[in-house]
Ligand binder design. Structure first.
Ligand code: GDP
Length: 388
């Protein structure tokens, strides 16, 4: 599918920059993207998004220095300058796109406050669906980040057509700081979502066994709410398992026929194992996958490794394990030495991490109110001020 990315804030901008870099490298033209920020230096640090596609907002309020962790200002500045943002989107071209994807760290200020505002306006203006990839802060970043994320997410789920969650705390290693992990985490994000959002694009790899198009992705995400993604990659495919070609192929025909029977079953088994690994491994938002309403199984790899039966069986297996019965799936060939499997678990009903985040946010709000009360009563002891 053709995706228009909007990177909002620091994290969002960096990640969109990586999608664009990958698209340029693979010469696929599936992705286009812009970056929006209140901090000039963050925009200057990007490498692949063209300069004209980097938009600085809120200059009159924060003078290019960013809104810090104040997501209320982030939201206000975005609402005030929504016309400039929509103009930037329009001038990049939207006629051939299948979806918008807003990416942001939800714990900060600009992306956290701006994303829900932008989602609302994009939905009003365009017919294409608007998705978000929201990054959750790690608890160690402090309660304000969790509070921001909870507020932003509670708004975003009602504005975007579906919100994918990536949980920084689930992905950083023990003892590693979140900041040190950024590059690795961003790489993990781009790998998964690039496979997902390239579904249906016909590239140099040929035509798939079981073609998926963008409407299957869109239908999977139709239920709204929050979604999570699993991913697994095969071992490097050895040249021996690739189909023999060229002048020796006639000589080995008989042997090859027996091998074909074996590889047929073998291929299905490999695909099923890969899909299981994707769904049972670490999800972008670790959660109870059995509460997901819909599923999507996607395979990408060399065409000789694709297998219709394997995809069908994998779909059935996912269906047996989630709450709903709608599981879509397919494959698309890419020139690669690996096969990648992506499983989308859409509209998840139970995610302990989100419940925890909302609880932290509630407790933080109560504490803030209490300390405000204390402050306002401290000077309430009858001493007259000098002047009113
Ligand atoms: P903004 O610029 O005000 O929107 O704020 P940020 O984008 O810096 O968002 C802050 C949140 O995003 C925090 O929870 C950070 O840990 C997280 N974050 C910042 N940069 C990155 C990044 O490059 N990758 C990831 N995964 N998270 C990031």
């Amino acid at each position: 599918m053709r995706v228009f990315f909007i990177g909002f804030g620091q994290a969002g901008g960096k990640i969109v920059d990586m999608f664009i870099e990958q698209d340029k490298r693979m010469q696929t033209q599936s992705f286009r993207g812009i970056a929006v920020n209140t901090a000039r230096t963050d925009l200057m640090g990007l490498k692949n998004i063209e300069l004209k596609d980097r938009l600085l907002i809120g200059q009159t309020v924060v003078k290019g220095h960013g809104v810090g962790t104040d997501n209320v200002t982030g939201a206000r500045v975005t609402a005030d300058e929504i016309d400039a943002i929509i103009n930037a989107v329009d001038s990049r071209g939207t006629h051939d796109i299948d979806a918008f994807v807003i990416i942001a760290g939800l714990g900060g200020g600009t992306g956290s406050g701006g994303s829900p505002v932008l989602a609302r306006h994009l939905k009003r203006i365009y017919r294409e669906p608007v998705y978000a990839i929201g990054i959750l802060p790690a608890p160690e970043e402090g309660r304000l980040y969790s509070y921001n994320a909870a507020r932003s997410l509670s708004t975003l789920v009602n504005e975007a057509d579906n919100t994918f969650i990536f949980d920084n705390s689930a992905w950083k290693n023990e003892g590693e700081s979140v900041k040190d992990a950024y590059n690795r985490l961003n790489d993990e994000i781009v790998r998964r979502f690039a496979v997902l959002f390239r579904a249906g694009e016909v590239g140099k790899g040929g035509v798939g066994e079981m073609v998926v198009d963008s409407s299957e992705v869109i239908n999977t995400l139709r239920g709204g709410g929050i979604s999570t993604v699993g991913y697994a990659i095969s071992e490097k495919i050895s040249p021996r398992t690739k189909q023999s070609q060229g002048i020796f192929s006639g000589l080995v025909r008989k042997k090859e026929r027996t091998e074909e029977v074996l590889t047929g079953e073998d291929k299905s088994a490999k695909i099923i194992a890969l899909v299981r690994r994707a769904m049972l491994g670490r999800l972008t938002l670790p959660c109870d996958y059995s509460t997901a309403e819909r599923g999507l199984v996607l395979l990408a790899g060399p065409s000789e490794e694709m297998d219709r039966k394997g995809v069908e069986k994998s779909k059935s297996w996912v269906e047996e394990n989630i709450a709903g019965v709608e599981v879509r799936g397919g494959d698309y060939p890419v020139q690669s030495d690996y096969v990648a499997a992506v499983v989308v678990l859409a509209t998840v009903g139970n995610a302990p991490r989100i419940t925890e985040l909302l609880e932290i946010a509630k407790a933080t709000k109560e504490d803030v109110l209490k300390s405000k009360e204390k402050r306002s009563t401290m000077f309430d002891d009858g001493i007259e001020p000098l002047f009113e």
